[in-house]
Design a protein around this ligand. Structure first.
Ligand code: ZN
Ligand code: ZN
Ligand code: FE
Length: 757
């Protein structure tokens, strides 16, 4: 395999390249390292095990005076290097000013914060050139204090001296501050009246959390709602107030040791938790862990989303508490995270009991990033704090002659801006359905255009005419391109793996507007350098009630059965599904289906998951996208079977069709025979993996690219990759970009760069 690393930070002139050279030789790895104005680039090849050791040791054994602010890893196909060399530095090239992300507190600053003799003892805004806020405080480039939200704080003589002295760790540290001259904390009641300040604000906020209250905490990129993780009552209250019934909540832990008591942590996961990006990491929870995490934090979920403190406010709070807290983005469901204290008072009215705020304005919102280790590699599920707005460098990207803006999809929206051969990716924005999210979307686009001084000449959007991002694109000047949703998924995964055609692309998700104007979501494409052809998809079925069906898996299951048997389904004996409806509901749905009223046709893989979850009665109503698939994935935990159902491949039409009907009948029979939900789920997942192998055989492309939200499912991804490899195919999946719609914007850029545009 080949591992590509992009390392940014204090890595120049500190012996970093010789260190990499020695480490590579010791591990007998081949490749090269070089320097550029953008950081240190490493490409290295060898066996997987050695490469993983290399990855972990680069960080743990780096030269004394170096400091890593961001490290991006991508696993790629080997190219056959013969030795290891230090290549000459890249001079010139694109000199695009790089805006760094917000970086977790470094060990030196941390020591000062907890040293009673230090002048920054317990100071919640401590930072240095190695760490602290960047993207969340920059108003314009160049990155000077006068262009940040620190400009209103005049440095005291001591801070100024640090700032001016080249040997100092705070030489030109733009957010440099201390208790004398920098931002300060205050604790507010829900009316916005200050009730405490500085240390006592923090101490009283901690006390309130300890006593079972909900505190809104203004951090680096926005507000979090925090409450004691072991307190079942307060978590239920928060869920009620936030209208977030079942979606898992993220946890902030005091330290690694306390995480390890609750979750299993692999070396790669530990690296992520401690990395300068400090994301939320999805970890498997231990079976009988101590009772400091209430079940309602992530109901029925074998995983927990876990992070370590990434800024001094969180460090100080967690040190005062000593137990895990939930730390969820402060918003009402699906709205973007709050960044301003006055706005927070309004938007979090009735949710938070107290507000821990400070007087440094947050220039732009940044949610916590989410990462999971998938098949022994990191996979970013939400790209935000710590990653945004770093560009993705994709060699083979033809240098864009013109600047491109890609506006993404509707759910989990992000945008991308391409200039030259770099694609800058925005932070996670969210679901554009709410007005605040839509406003945030416009702000981020404006923001990128101002920050990088770019006037996009081409705007790329989704093919869906009703997406708010599409409607926005229509108002933009210049050339417009619309890209089919699942094609964008596949192109984004190809870029993530630095692949050009030909490949077989698989994009499975909940929904996307198809080229035939129906709802797609189980797409296979043959992608060559010049052409993209739809190669296969699932048999279609109606969704009685449209949007309502998306929230009611029982309706989807009924839609499948109706597609199979028509009216007869309503007379079917011993079908437990029919018992999930009232007679009135049934007759309404019957009319809808018969007259094709509000029953859009789809072939979505996500909806097939929902239907199966309904048939085995795991859930009949969903609270968030992908919940049915999650329940199915969790149900099969611990079950190992090679069994699968039949899913025949039907030839004859423009594309191959995978017929799920025999599988659905078999599942209904299994339910009747009392087969466990876990066993049925495992067989169902296995069937899907077999279906992908079958299509791959038929299409005959060696390289198979897996994208779309369905591939966040660890079992599905793992099984598919395994089966493809056994059948001599070469599978690829996401790493630096989310498989979900958060990766669409990059795919849109890639589409615009294709020869035919
Ligand atoms: Zn620092
Ligand atoms: Zn100062
Ligand atoms: Fe999608």
């Amino acid at each position: 395999m080949r591992l590509k690393l992009t390392i940014r930070g204090a890595v120049q002139g500190v012996g970093f390249r010789p260190f990499v050279y020695r480490l590579a030789n010791e591990l007998e790895l081949k490749g090269w390292v070089n320097n550029s104005s953008q950081g240190v680039f490493i490409e290295i090849e060898g066996r997987r095990g050695e490469l993983e050791i290399f990855l972990l040791r680069v960080e743990s054994e780096k030269p004394a005076h170096s400091f890593i602010q961001s490290m991006e890893a991508a696993w790629l196909d080997p190219v056959g290097f013969t030795g290891f060399e230090i290549r000459p530095s890249e001079k010139g090239g694109s000199k695009t000013a790089l805006v760094l992300p917000d970086i977790a507190t470094c060990p030196d600053c941390l020591r000062e914060i907890f040293d009673p003799t230090d002048r920054r003892y317990q100071y919640p805004f401590t930072n240095c050139t190695h760490c602290g806020p960047r993207f969340s405080i920059i108003q314009s480039l160049p990155y000077d204090r006068a262009n940040t939200s620190m400009k209103e704080f005049v440095m005291c003589p001591e801070c100024q001296a640090e700032y001016d002295q080249p040997q100092n760790r705070r030489f030109h540290a733009q957010p440099n501050a201390c208790p004398q001259c920098g931002p300060r904390l205050e604790l507010w009641d829900p009316a916005g009246a200050p009730v405490a300040e500085v240390h006592s604000a923090l101490a009283r906020a901690a006390e309130a959390i300890r006593l079972g209250q909900i505190v809104a905490v203004k951090g680096i990129g926005g507000f979090h709602l925090m409450a004691a993780a072991q307190d079942e009552k307060v978590i239920l209250l928060l869920r009620q107030r936030k209208h977030r019934e079942e979606k898992p909540l993220a946890l902030l832990f005091p330290d690694l040791k306390s995480i390890k008591a609750v979750c299993a942590v692999s070396p790669l996961e530990e690296r992520l938790l401690r990395s300068p990006e400090a994301p939320i990491v999805l970890l498997k929870r231990r079976k009988n862990h101590p009772g400091n995490v209430a079940p309602t934090v992530a109901p029925g979920n074998p995983n927990l989303g876990v992070m370590l403190p990434s800024n001094p406010i969180h460090h100080l709070l967690m040190a005062a508490l000593g137990f895990p807290v939930i730390a969820t983005s402060a918003n009402r469901s699906d709205e973007p995270i709050c960044i301003d204290e006055r706005e927070a008072l309004q938007r979090l009215q009735g949710i938070a009991d107290l507000f821990l705020v400070h007087n440094r304005p947050i220039v732009r919102h940044l949610d916590d990033s989410i990462v999971r280790v998938m098949l022994d590699r990191e996979m970013i599920l939400r790209r935000a704090r710590g990653f945004a707005p770093l560009p993705i460098r994709v060699p083979g990207i033809p240098s864009a002659a013109r600047s491109i803006l890609a506006v993404g999809a509707q759910m989990k929206n992000t945008i991308a801006c391409a200039m030259g051969n770099q694609v800058f990716l925005s932070q996670h924005i969210g679901d554009l359905g709410t007005e605040p999210a839509n406003a945030a979307f416009r702000r981020v686009i404006q923001d990128f255009e101002t920050l990088y001084e770019v006037k996009p000449e081409i705007t790329v959007s989704d093919l869906h005419p009703e997406y708010l991002s599409t409607r926005f694109a229509e108002t933009c000047p210049g050339k417009k391109i619309s890209v089919q949703h699942h094609i964008a998924h596949v192109l984004s995964c190809m870029a993530d793996n630095e692949l050009s055609g030909p490949v077989l692309g698989v994009a499975w998700d909940g929904t996307g507007f198809g080229l035939d104007r129906t709802i797609w979501g189980s797409e296979f494409f043959l992608v060559t350098e010049t052409e993209i052809q739809r190669a296969a998809h699932f048999r279609t079925f109606p969704l009685p009630g449209g949007e309502t069906a998306v929230r009611e898996p029982r309706r989807i299951a009924l839609g499948l059965l109706y597609a199979m048997a028509g009216e007869e389904v309503f007379a079917r004996k011993n079908l437990p599904l029919l018992g999930c409806f009232t007679p009135v509901e049934l007759s309404t749905i019957r009319v809808m289906l018969a007259r094709k009223l509000n029953s859009p046709v789809c072939c979505s893989a996500g909806r097939l998951f929902d239907a199966v979850a309904s048939l085995i009665n795991l859930l009949q109503h969903t609270h968030f996208e992908g919940q049915g698939a999650m329940k199915l994935e969790f149900a099969l935990a611990g079950i190992s079977t090679e069994d699968h159902y039949e899913m025949p491949l039907i030839h004859g039409g423009a594309a191959l069709v995978l017929d799920w009907a025999p599988m659905i009948e078999a599942i209904i029979a299994d339910v009747a025979r009392g087969v466990s939900a876990g066993d049925i789920s495992a067989r169902f997942h296995n069937t899907l993996a077999e279906a992908i192998v079958a299509v791959a055989r038929q299409v005959g492309q060696q390289r198979v690219v897996l994208s779309g939200g369905c591939f966040q499912n660890l079992y599905l991804a793992g099984r598919t990759v395994k089966r493809l490899r056994e059948a001599d195919f070469q599978p690829y999946w996401h790493q630096r970009l989310p498989p979900n719609d958060g990766g669409i914007a990059l795919g849109q850029v890639m589409a615009a760069l294709r020869p035919k545009g």
